[in-house]
Structures are given as C-alpha cells and as structure tokens.
Design a protein around this ligand. Sequence first.
Ligand code: SF4
Ligand code: SF4
Length: 477
Amino acid sequence: MALEEFFEKKKRLYTQAVKGQFRNLKWILNITFLSIYCLSPFLRFDRGPYASNQAIFIDFSNSRLYFFSIEIWPQEIYYLAGILILAAVLLFFITSLFGRVWCGYACFQTVWTDIFILTEKIFQGDRNARIILDRKNSFEKFYKKFLTHGAWILISLATGYIFVCYFNDAFILTKNLLHFQINATALGWSLGIAASTYIMAGFAREHVCTYMCPYARFQSAMFDRDTLIITYDEKRGEPRGKLSKDEARTQGDCIDCKQCVVVCPQGIDIRNGLQMECIACGLCIDACDSVMDKIGLPRGLIRYDTEAHMQSPKTQNKFRIFRPRFFYYATILLTVSIIMLYNLSHKTTSEVSAVADRNPLFVKMSDGSVRNGYTIKISNKTHAEKLFSIKLIRPIEAEIKIESYSGASLEKLPVAAENIANFKIYITLPQEFLAKNDEENNDEEESNNEENNLINLSVIDQTSGEEKKLDIIFVGD
Ligand code: SF4
Ligand code: SF4
C-alpha cells in the first residue's frame, strides 16, 4: 500500500489578511513575545567579577543556569523540574478556562507563522494576488518568490542566532560574528534552528499544529462545557444562504460568504463545529464581525463562548472564571509556587560532602591504631572566595589531619568563587577505643553498631558562620 494512501494530500492554504480586535491583539502579543525573545540575551545583571553578567544564560561549559539573581548548579536540577511542572500546570489551568489561547496567541509556531504570512503578503500581495501569482510562470513570480524566501531565510537565520545567544555571551558572540569568527558549535546550532524555523513556519505551518504537536491531541481532556471555545451560533446562522435584496429574508444570518474560512490559518470551517485543528486564534470572529457590520446584523455569529451557554443561553451558563476547576488548578499552582519560592529563597551558598577512600579502606598503623582517608568536597556557590574550617565533634578520641597542600589547614580551607574544592583528610582512632567499640558492638543491636562507627564533623563557613554537619562512617579491622 502506497504511503500517500495513509495521509491526506497537503492542500496549499492561501490565508486572507483580516482586520479586527483579535487580529490587533495577536499583533500586540507577537511584538511583545518577539521583543522578549530577541532582547533577553542582551540584558545584563551584575554578579561580580567571577561570574557571567548575562541576565539569562545557559552556561554549558561551566554547568550553570542563570536567571537574574537565580543561579542553578547541576546538583540543583530539581528546580528545573519544578519550573517545568509549574509551566505545565499553568498551561492546563489556562486551557481549562480559556481553551487553546496558548496555541492561538503565544505558541512560537503561531508567532513565527504569522510573521512569515505577513512577509508573504508584503512581497506577493493578499490571498487572491497570491493565487493568481502561483498560477503563472513569469519573471514577476520568480522575483516575488525570491524576495519572500530571501526574507524568510533572513528571519530564520536571526531566530537561530538569537537562540544560540542564550547559550553564549550574546555581546561577545555578536562581536565575533562581525569579525567572522563564530565558533563551529554556535554556527551549527544557529543553522539548525534557522532551517527548522524556515521549514516549520514557511511550509509545514498548520500541519505542525494538526499532526506534530501532542498538545492538540490531549487538550480536549481539559475542556468541559464551561470552557471558552470558538463557536458558531448555529441556531442564529442556519439555514445559511446568500445575501439577497429580498426584504423578507427567511434564511439564517450566515450569508455563506466563507470569509471565516479564508482567513483561518488552519484552513478549517468553524461552522462545522469545534475541531481539533482550531487554535482559537479568533481571526474567524474578526472576519465574521466585519461581514455582520457590513450587512447591518449584530456581531457575534462566531464568538468566544461556552458549550453550555450555546446550548442553553441562560445567565448561569455564561462564561465564569471562578468555577471548581479554577480552584483545583489554582491550589496546585499556588502550592508548587510556594514550595519553589521557599526553596529558592533558602538556597544554601555552599555544599559539603565526603567520599571515603576505597583502596585501601583503612590502614593499620604500627601502634595498633586505624586510619581512614576521606575526600571532603566543598562547593562555594558565591562569586567571592570563601574560607571554611573543619572541626571534629565526635568521638573526642579521634585524631584528624589534613593533607597539607596549597596552604590549606583544618582552620583555613580556601575555596575559590563558583568552585568546588577537594581536601584530603585522615581520621585515626586509637587501638583502645576500637577495642571498646568492638565490645559494645557485640553486645548491642545492629542499629547502635552503625552509630558507634560514625564520625561527626562540622564544616564552618567562616564568612557567613553557616555550619554544616557531616557524618562519615569509620571502617576498622
Ligand atoms: S476556526 Fe477560527 S479560531 Fe479556529 S483556527 Fe480557524 S480562524 Fe482561528
Ligand atoms: S463569515 Fe460569517 S457570514 Fe460569512 S460564512 Fe462565515 S459565518 Fe457565515
């Protein structure tokens, strides 16, 4: 069976430009989102001399993620999981209330497709002019297509370039680009993102929303009868029929002009009911409202409304924000936000851990005492050098020594800004103590045995006075 038999043949859409309140809102949001996308990597935030001053920066080479004053280290990647959960719940929240407004107004596929369609209109004209142009083979067609694709390629390259600015210092990258010294990784990613923008916004367009985006498939699970959707008022519009000069019009208000169809970026007819392809952009509302204005009928034949209100137009069925779903989602959102904020505001500026030597596990000394070696890892997450000290808390019989290098002592452990330092320490327990411990271990339960073998250390940040407890297991004969 040929592959084509499984798929509907791609029809070329010639969307017509439309004017109206939703189109204006879409332009305002497009400009806002594009400005945020393009300008964000160039914003600066002072973090001192040891860290990047780019406000939003994904620094792969140093494994850091910067967002203004928030700085996430690899071991704190759970914050990223929290942010993603928050974004997903927010998306579900908005969808359950207002339908697919994310798709219609904010999704990058919608925003870039809008820009590409506008470029097409600037160089080739509106819908009818484009249809006529595509039918002929002429020099006019060639140069208009050439200009359109040239502009698309430039927009795509700019999109790809801005994308890599989030992963590099935007100003240095731009300076290097002007000197034709852009590195191969940045160049490869820029071209990759540019190619995908060109294909998705220039050619794939509505097919991305219909076939590629998983969100279109499961969004209906978030809808209920009170969700705001784009609806055609069938009771008012049907039976549809052409406008005639006949005074006694017996048909419905829809004059079957198909303006709502030709402006639709998804190429659907909303008069056939709510469809999976509809991205709730509202352009069909603008088209129909302007038709209604021209023929002197009230606006709103196509409108944002709820299924419940369309079926039974009572006041209690009108769209309400405050309904049970609002409170479920708001509770989840608020809870996750509070947890995230609490954790972010209580982030520690240092972390301490210990790794015991494996080879050998312990060393028996000539006087019968036993020595264990450990590597103490101290991370300094601030942008200035810090001094730490290590203090033995328990047992008092233990002797602690540090391998002396780079001027480090137990009282003075320097850790450079934004760095992790390793310090080698040795703990020795005398023979008598170990023998007594062994006796106790034989008499006591297993849980107490572990406690007897524990060494309690304290690592103190000498700048902030912050103290971290470190429990390490001592291995004996
Ligand atoms: S049917 Fe209307 S709201 Fe839905 S995608 Fe088409 S124009 Fe946008
Ligand atoms: S734009 Fe309005 S009047 Fe024209 S076909 Fe669509 S629903 Fe009917």
